[in-house]
Design a protein around this ligand. Structure first.
Ligand code: SF4
Length: 750
């Protein structure tokens, strides 16, 4: 605890170490950050910080901070000025642009940016003339975003941390929240305590989260889909599914059911290593403790079949009817503090902010919001085709240094990489990454700390290290995993010679000659675009997911109001959690009065589809062994079906638009709520679905205009191992069944 200092002021910032979004009360005296406490009045914190959160002050004060710009010359880093850095780096990048085109420079952004910085960087890359702009979500949860968006519409967590208190059962797969999201674990333990909600943890490793499980399911790695099918086998076999919910709201469950029938207890045990009797127990728990939530994290997504895993998890919830209810849903714990927000802001090779695609109507929409001429933006790209073509995902940029490869719409090799708040620690193919880094003309690293990117290669020159401010040295909004947007106050001024990321973007934009365009409608103080103004621009344009009602004024008031809660009461009762939520979670619709409270839980199946209720699609990931692969498009020339009219219709109703549907779509919507609509389309992605209807009726330009679907492609299946790969260490499970050493999380609340 920090000794109270009468002169200290308290700044309200958001912890940067994971996506839970805990509030930090930072104590500042004479401009010096002297101490920190958890915000006892934040319902997210539950009166605590984890060990990571308790050390954020050290993050800002770390003695390894980059203090000034540096350049690698003759194998040694030497100090340079900011002016020299911007001039030299700028000249090198402009030369590359001139000789090889704008796509030869890759702008790799960050899930550590604020929403405003992520948004500005997407715009910055567009004005540079490339879609080669991406961030960490590509590596962690892009399979989640695709899987849940295609199942029920939005690519995000459906409920919220606080809502877990309403859960009667919790099913974890590929998540070790006790270590990765420790304060979220508090919410889980609270549900366990107050609702006697059983915790089921599926994981090949016996983790600290597993130590709290009522049912620990030790599965063979990579067998998520058969495991879920095996659980669903018992659900269907015993008639435990929610038949009414499926009949009214779910398409495609028949196909899922037919596949599940193959996954008998014996077959499931052969593949997953989990005994049928245990899976029956799990199925029974889930069927008798409703609503239950499903939680997953990168243990489920970082597979070659990550998207299939996600779809399978969603199907489990659809079978149980656990969607659109408090305590249910899919609570997806994301990684970095603003990975949800950076994804929402389109810091991505396939979208513009708010999941608008890359087709001309989407560009025209954002050109209007930016106050720019569409043709001017088009002229920045090497060709109009490249403007509408996805960039190279960060997971494959190193293929782009050689020559254009299959599936990469890249005319020229990549010659410069700008690693901006990103380190490739978790990327695969590191030897190739290293080689690619060495082949580049220029490597720029912009970060508060020197990262792996700075040392992975054996270069002797052409590398620049530019010091960026941490999120505690700037202000701005960030979006937690539960879609809640919160404002983080600046705690201290940037230390040493560090600069705010948006200031560095502005300086480069000045050098490149488009600073005025970058900030046409945004106030700039000195060389720093003002965060509030950037958010106002986002509010004006991000309609698809409704970032429209979270004005800076509202977000700031929200943070300030927390302070009126009574600390003692909160400590005693654990915060205003039950039935409560936090921040202004999107969708939060902007109205004249700006009063929309945000949407803590997505989807409301109590309403008919025609009134904005939503229906869902049980997507069908067939499992044929470890070689299951996905392609992201139908074969050339395929006739694509009509899309996801239920979702489209619901969205447009929410936007208040009069939707003129085709007779087919009308018929489909009428059918939903009465009969299954198996004859209706395979799903398409969010932006494509809305765009198809909206553009047709001149309502708004969204999306890429191309219905995209997913086809499961099975090249020669790798034969499954007949014998278990290893014997599950049941001895360990038995030895530590109640390893509930609460101190291990070092949470004051426990
Ligand atoms: Fe920070 Fe996450 Fe820990 Fe909360 S749970 S204090 S957000 S690291």
């Amino acid at each position: 605890p920090v000794a109270p200092d009468a002169k200290a002021e308290v700044k309200r910032a958001i912890c940067t170490h994971c996506s839970v979004g805990c509030t930090v009360n930072a104590e500042v005296s004479n401009g010096v950050w002297i101490g920190q406490e958890p915000a006892f009045d934040s319902p997210l914190n539950l009166g605590s910080h984890c060990a990571k959160g308790a050390a954020v002050r050290e993050h800002a004060h770390g003695d390894r901070r980059l203090k000034y710009p540096m350049k690698l010359e003759g194998g040694k880093y030497k100090r340079i000025s900011w002016e020299q850095a911007i001039t030299e780096v700028g000249d090198r990048l402009l030369k590359i642009r001139e000789t090889a085109g704008p796509d030869s420079v890759y702008w790799l952004g960050s899930a550590k940016f604020s929403n405003e910085q992520a948004y500005l960087m997407r715009k910055f890359a567009a004005l540079w003339g490339t879609n080669n702009v991406d961030h960490q979500a590509r590596i962690c949860h892009s399979t989640t975003v695709a899987g849940v968006a295609q199942t029920w519409g939005y690519g995000a967590m459906t409920n919220s941390y606080n809502d877990i208190h309403n859960s009667k059962a919790m099913f974890f797969i590929g998540s070790n929240a006790a270590e990765a999201h420790p304060v979220a674990m508090l919410h889980i333990l609270k549900a366990k305590e107050q609702n006697k909600a059983p915790l089921i943890v599926c994981d090949p490793r016996f983790t600290r989260t597993a130590a709290h499980a009522d049912e620990y399911v030790r599965m063979r790695p990579g067998t998520d889909v058969p495991l879920i099918w095996g659980i669903m086998w018992h659900i269907f076999e015993n008639g435990w599914e929610d038949k009414e919910f499926i009949r009214k709201r779910v398409w495609g469950m028949d196909q899922v059911k037919a596949e599940v029938a193959k996954w008998t207890p014996e077959e499931t045990e052969r593949v997953t290593g989990v005994p049928g009797a245990q899976l029956k127990r799990v199925a029974q728990i889930l069927a008798t403790h409703k609503p239950g939530t499903v939680v997953w994290c990168m243990g489920g997504t970082q597979h070659t079949v990550g998207n299939a895993n996600v779809r399978a998890y969603c199907n489990l919830q659809l079978a149980l009817g656990n969607v659109g209810v408090a305590g249910g849903g899919t609570n997806i714990f994301r990684g970095h503090d603003n990975v949800q927000g950076a994804t929402d802001m389109g810091l991505d090779v396939t979208t513009l902010p708010a999941y608008y695609g890359l087709a001309a109507p989407a560009w025209k929409h954002w050109a209007r919001v930016w106050g720019l001429d569409y043709d001017y933006i088009k002229g920045r790209f090497k060709t109009p085709e490249l403007m509408e073509a996805p960039g190279i995902p960060v997971s494959r940029w190193y293929d782009g240094v050689n020559e254009a490869k299959e599936n990469i719409a890249q005319p020229e090799p990549i010659k410069a990489m700008v690693y901006w708040g990103h380190a490739p620690n978790s990327q695969t193919r590191q030897p190739e990454l290293k080689k690619a880094m060495e082949k580049l003309d220029t490597l720029v690293i912009i970060d508060p700390y020197p990262t792996v990117s700075a040392v992975l290669h054996d270069r002797t020159d052409g590398v620049y290290l530019l010091p960026a401010a941490t999120q505690f040295e700037v202000d701005g909004s960030r979006t937690a995993s539960n879609r809640s947007i919160q404002w983080s106050e600046q705690v201290i001024k940037p230390m040493f010679e560090c600069k705010a990321d948006q200031e560095i973007m502005y300086l480069f934009a000045k050098k490149f000659g488009y600073a005025a365009e970058l900030c046409k409608n945004i106030k700039v103080e000195g060389d720093k675009p003002v965060a509030e103004d950037i958010l106002r621009e986002i509010n004006r344009g991000a309609w698809t997911i409704a970032y429209t009602g979270q004005s800076p004024e509202r977000l700031k008031a929200h943070m300030a109001n927390q302070q009126t809660f009574d600390k003692t009461t909160l400590r005693a009762v654990g915060g205003p959690c039950d039935g409560d939520y936090y921040g202004l979670p999107w969708p939060c619709w902007g109205t004249a009065e700006m009063k929309h409270p945000g949407t803590p839980n997505l989807y409301d199946p109590s309403k008919p589809v025609k009134d904005g209720g939503l229906n869902f699609r049980a997507l069908f990931p067939e499992y044929k062994g470890e070689s299951l692969l996905a392609t992201d498009s139908w074969p050339e020339g395929s006739e694509l079906p009509a899309g996801h009219p239920g979702f489209t219709y619901g969205m447009l109703k929410k936007l208040g638009w009069d939707v003129d549907l085709t007779p087919e779509e009308k018929a489909t919507i009428e059918k939903i709520g009465g009969e299954k609509a198996d004859d209706v389309a395979w799903t398409i992605d969010l932006s494509g679905g809305i765009q198809r209807v909206a553009v047709k009726h001149g309502a708004a330009p969204f999306g890429n205009g191309k219905a995209r679907a997913v086809v499961w492609n099975f090249p020669d299946p790798v034969p499954l191992h007949r014998e278990p790969l290893y014997t599950p260490r049941r001895d360990l499970v038995e030895k530590y069944p109640t390893h509930a050493d609460k101190k291990m999380m070092r949470l004051p609340f426990l």
